[in-house]
Design a protein around this ligand. Structure first.
Ligand SMILES: C[S@@+](CC[C@H](N)C(=O)[O-])C[C@H]1O[C@@H](n2cnc3c(N)ncnc32)[C@H](O)[C@@H]1O
Length: 394
């Protein structure tokens, strides 16, 4: 049986019943469960169900238990799909631009297509992989969105998108031979193709790219948005047709959304360390908007090359975590160890920028003991290796 047939057997009443039965199988018990089920079910169906249950468990982090427990995945599909929170945010942005139909070129198992449909948008979901299309179709059905999603097995470069308001492209950025792909021209399809497709869209377009994309690779007519969720940077998106001026950048933090638009500020001044250190969110740093955060908190940089902001006052901002700094000393392991002992610090969070020290190794060397918690920043202050010790301001 090929993979498509195997997925189809899971969609039959017997397959669905078996999927329910193996839903919470502990991986350690899988062999015993498989042996027992094979007495009453075909062996291939049993292994397909157990494999799918494993994929669903992995997908919970992205899709939540309720949806992941009903959806169908492929191993690549779980890895490459957009998490529901990020896809929902993008779908809302499309809807706010007045988009009512989207050609989702490179739909995968449907992470984005499902979110677009949930925002009331009609979707043409295209992928060239037959198994992936089968999963996308099953997902549209499972979540009650089949009326809004047409899944088409095709090469995206051959699809006519003329009947759609918008185009969304999420190219494959992994290769089985080379792992993660960094060069945007090595994406499948290449970024230059996706940009061409975006420019033909009648109302708007969005291209999902790796957050590490160099700013120089962003086309002049695109707005670049970096998105983080729970503090982790998830993706960058190149938007077309948003009405934003050429070269616009923004950082969006989820949950929220909270969006910080770039104001084109020059790099912040380097200044002497103040009482507070602000650690900007990763999306802010990737979007090169540290100056915007420094302005919000009335601060400057500790070092010209490092994205830590220092300020005298506490001005809460969603775009950075504030720490009150109690000690500043040159980097020295024994002095840190003595200071932590004196303060009874048993829980030590190590953060670093511009230091080659390994946090785990440092923690091993200083052996924190005691009831208190502290954060140490290993960084440079005006070029000198420095330790700043403090705690997050709640
Ligand atoms: C990153 S995944 C898309 C994930 C999707 N946005 C989601 O959230 O589930 C990229 C997909 O592009 C598909 N793909 C790559 N090149 C393609 C092409 N030329 N035509 C159609 N699909 C293609 C791959 O099969 C893969 O499923």
């Amino acid at each position: 049986m090929n993979d498509v047939d195997s997925l189809r057997t899971l969609l039959t009443p017997e397959g669905r019943a078996l999927l329910d039965e193996v839903r919470d199988t502990d991986p350690a018990q899988e062999l015993a469960v498989a042996t027992r089920l094979r007495r009453t079910h075909p062996a291939e169906l049993v292994s397909a169900a157990l494999g799918q249950a494993r994929l669903r468990q992995r997908a919970v982090a992205k899709f939540g238990a309720a949806d992941a427990g009903r959806m169908f995945f492929t191993p690549n599909g779980v890895e490459q799909s957009t998490r529901a929170s990020v896809a929902a945010y993008r779908a809302e942005r499309f809807a706010a631009l007045g988009v009512t139909s989207v050609a989702d070129l490179c739909c995968g198992i449907g992470g984005d297509a499902l979110a677009l449909a949930r925002a009331g948008i009609r979707v043409l979901a295209v992928d060239r992989d037959p198994l992936t299309c089968e999963a996308a179709r099953a997902n549209a059905e499972a979540l009650g969105l089949a009326g809004l999603i047409e899944v088409r097995e095709a090469d995206v470069t051959e699809v006519d998108t003329a009947g759609y308001d918008a185009v969304f492209v999420d190219p494959a950025r992994r290769s089985s031979r080379r792992g993660r792909i960094f060069d945007p021209e090595a994406y499948a399809p290449p970024l230059s193709w996706a940009v061409g497709a975006a420019r033909t869209a009648s109302r708007a377009a969005a291209l999902k790219v790796a957050p590490g994309i160099p700013h120089e690779a962003v086309p002049e007519d695109a707005e670049a948005e970096w998105v983080s969720d729970g503090g982790d940077v998830k993706e960058a998106v190149l938007w077309f047709g948003t009405g934003a001026p050429a070269g616009a950048v923004r950082a969006t933090l989820l949950p929220g959304p909270r969006t910080l638009p770039g104001a084109g500020l020059p790099d912040p001044e380097v200044r002497t360390p103040g009482r507070y250190l602000y650690e900007p969110d990763g999306a802010v740093i990737r979007a090169h908007l540290v100056a915007e955060v420094a302005e919000q908190v009335g601060g400057g940089l500790l070092d010209a090359t490092i994205a830590y902001v220092t300020a005298d006052g506490l001005r809460p901002t969603p775009y950075a975590t504030a720490y009150e700094i109690t000690d500043r000393l040159p980097f020295h392991v024994k002095r840190l160890k003595a200071l932590l002992r004196e303060r009874g610090v048993g829980t030590l969070t190590v953060k670093k920028r511009g230091s080659a020290v390994e946090p785990e190794e440092l923690r091993r060397k200083v052996k924190p003991q005691g009831p208190n918690a502290a954060t140490v920043f290993l960084t440079r202050v005006a070029g000198a290796p420095t330790m700043l010790i403090g705690h997050p301001v709640r």
